[in-house]
Design a protein around this ligand. Sequence first.
Ligand code: NDP
Length: 291
Amino acid sequence: MSAKIIDGTSIAQEVRQEIAEEVKKLRDQNIVPGLAVILVGNNQASRRYVTMKTKACKDLGMHSVLIEFPEELTQEELLLKIEELNHDDAIHGILVQLPLPSQIDEIAVIDAISPEKDVDGFHPINIGKMMTGQDTFYPCTPYGVMVMLEKIGFNPEGKHAVIVGRSNIVGKPQGQLLLNQNATVTYCHSKTQDLEAFTKNADLLVVAVGKRNVIRREHVKPGAVVIDVGMNTDDNGKLCGDVDFEGVKEIASYITPVPKGVGPMTITMLLFNTLKSAKNIYSLKLDTLTC
Ligand code: NDP
């Protein structure tokens, strides 16, 4: 058996088209969804990400601003800027690109963003809402995975989902979103003993570790759906995931490639959350994706 490849680029394109149509309807009412992206320092990967995010906004007819600060910015200065954006009526979403320089406390920064504009879905209030099954901004990467699963017709209910990785931005919320849809969820992490014993029982395997080839053919149950969130580089400097794609694709039923898998969905869900925030702020019903 050879797995079907889940084409993240085309799913993202489809969702972005829906978002663009909604943005157009809002613009007809003189409402332009706006995203502010804050970049501190000169991390090249971070710069690439924020450029992609602001460009994607503009491509869909949204307003976006990139606010750049030098590496030596103080926490107080950053909190002041966030407070200003919290009260800026043209801004519906605020994103602070992580990681931040060591003198700045990331938790304090996330806490300072108004939960109504927290389009990354990292604020404790939004995480609490997600945990209690309420509608809120869901973290973009796991939310994007949920949309991908929906698009391939995978219903998590009653399935065993194994999540490898338990970070606050990917692994933990991924498990929670799947639990909310009635999956039975197992989390694995660096202290898990006998990883294969767990992953081998997964109907759905989501891998978010950041280590190349951490999941190989012997870790996967035949017919499982395998979602690779990881982003690493191979020996030739090319982008690759956490899963040995060539080996695992022989036995999985569906698999995401890296690149062109989960990556395009992350930015797409950021755009979706920004649209959702603009609609929330103007008390308009959102009639695109549900999750
Ligand atoms: P973190 O480094 O925050 O978390 C990694 C997780 O993997 C931790 O929970 C860690 O366990 C676990 N882990 C480490 N080694 C092993 C191992 N050998 N076996 C099992 N679990 C292990 O990473 P993120 O969650 O932020 O990101 C994970 C990957 O996803 C990265 O490659 C990142 O670049 C990528 N990513 C991709 C995105 C996209 O849009 N495609 C978006 C966000 C991230 P422990 O908690 O015990 O330390």
